[in-house]
Design a protein around this ligand. Sequence first.
Ligand code: FE2
Length: 189
Amino acid sequence: MAIVRVPSEDVVLRQPDAIRAFLLRYGIEFEQWVPSQPIAADAPADAVLAAYAREVDALKARGGYVTADVIDVKPETPNLEAMLARFSREHWHDEDEVRFIIEGRGLFHVHPPNDPVFAIEVEAGDLIRVPRGTHHWFDLCADRRIRAIRLFQDPSGWTPHYTDSGVDQGFQPVCFGLVYVSSERTPHA
Ligand SMILES: [Fe+2]
């Protein structure tokens, strides 16, 4: 379940309707998808895309997206930190950023032109569509894990354009929804 926060205003939203309404003010769409059949988070990409084919096809038609793929990021992914560094600075794209989370979680910060920065933490079951041109940055949570369906209008449009505003420096990439399993273990487990 996604969590939206406005750090400067001490606002935390956890209800889907409240999150949807808040994000729509900035043209960002939020949905929650249920697979057409139960699907393991580590199922092959083709099976994942098939399980969400209805939703993916509807979104393709609505947003003009032509391709969909599945991205896998794990702590052991080669050059992970260098890859993450490309997107953890404020930037925008000529392409919408569309992600449906299958496993793990991620943290988007959005910097609207006339409003405070807010954070959107997404996890399995959450779809987010950030319109092209939106100033934002992205971090993984401490577990360094995300598996997600991506949709593209034109994959070449997904190159980041950096604002170099430095605004991202004022926000910690801390996820609120992350459960630290180790702290829940019983002593004899
Ligand atoms: Fe981005």
